[in-house]
Design a binder for this molecule. Sequence first.
Ligand code: 5DS
Ligand code: ZN
Length: 261
Amino acid sequence: TGHHWGYGKEDGPSAWHRQYPVAKGNRQSPIDIIPNEARRDSTLGPIFLKYDQCRSLNIANNGHSVVVEFDDSDDRSVVLGGPLDNPYRLKQFHFHWGGKGCEGSEHTVAGVGYASELHVVHWNAVKYKTYNDAAAAPDGLAVLGIFLELGDDHRWLHMITDALYMVKFKGSATDFKGFNPKCLLPSSLHYWTYLGSLTTPPLHESVTWIVLKEPIVVSEKQLGMFRMLQFNGEEEDQRMRMENNFRPPQNLKERIVRSSN
Ligand SMILES: CN(C)c1nnc([C@H](N)S(N)(=O)=O)s1
Ligand SMILES: [Zn+2]
């Protein structure tokens, strides 16, 4: 019902503020991360990803990205440590990417974008009863950002790209069991962290961002598979290839970015 947000000229990031005024808020994401200006903070310990008992459920096309959802009914898989005061429960992961040969990450590093960015979304189930309550709270979410750069084939990404033909259209979903996102992590968990927001509407300012410094490497062929997805539903006449589904960097305002050791 009604006009929905998207990534086009009329409904894209520059228009979101009309329906979501927080788009012009003081802690919006993504941002341009400037390593030389990040504050090295010795109180920032390492992050720990406890994903061994994680239970993936399905993979879906939500009309904005491709999302893998997890069973978040208990604390079986959490992120903890680093800037976080308690464990945050794994809920889903999804990607943002560009068009052929264009950058598509959301965060940039000293003004340089990557080909794509993986977001692993966790919520604070210690303080909030539901994901939706957490998503609206200033310390409700912790999102791990992982850059994807182009190079050789990623040895495990095929498990996701092989399933994309099943979720070509908005609203499609299929079973996706037994996938552990640990296989999508780089070797180093060194990170930058800052207080920000969801990067898509409703743009809630509820995210502690943890952006890993080391990218993972995927091939142009693998990333190209994401572009066979469509923003539109199967029944819609207008066919729109799913690409360039990223929000550009937002004003840092009065924030600082901290760096792990
Ligand atoms: C409902 N969930 C988990 C999310 N809602 N918006 C999300 C954004 N895509 S992002 N990029 O994670 O802020 S994730
Ligand atoms: Zn995202």
